[in-house]
Design a binder for this molecule. Sequence first.
Ligand SMILES: [Ca+2]
Ligand SMILES: [Ca+2]
Ligand SMILES: [Ca+2]
Length: 137
Amino acid sequence: MTLRRLNGFAALALAVSAFSVPAALAKPASGASAIKMIDTDNDGTVDMKEVEAIASATFDRLEKDSDGTLDARELKGRLSKVGVKQADPDSDGTLDKKEYLAAVGERFKMADPDGDGTLDAKELNSKAGKALLALIK
Ligand SMILES: [Ca+2]
Ligand SMILES: [Ca+2]
Ligand SMILES: [Ca+2]
């Protein structure tokens, strides 16, 4: 148990450092490699908590002008115009962290057709899974 937990921390540190290096993000993520990056507890699947941790780090990384929101420019094509509109219930044209994480949650649900709350490699490789990865990478 202790060893497993240590492994988890190592993976988390790895994931965090991987996600702070832009070059690592340029690689197209396949389901299996995406799981390796996101699956901080090493159980072979990705759950919402793990996705939220990555998404939260991504938000902070993209949020260059520190105004607490992401505009279309900062999102760099992660969401289409329509996608931003759908994720922007207060219609101010930008996404705050809550709105961004809600959009991530929506995509997570769409990528989890069996509804077990976790995404395996096959689910991450689906169209909806790729849409989720595109939003959080
Ligand atoms: Ca996991
Ligand atoms: Ca907004
Ligand atoms: Ca699932």
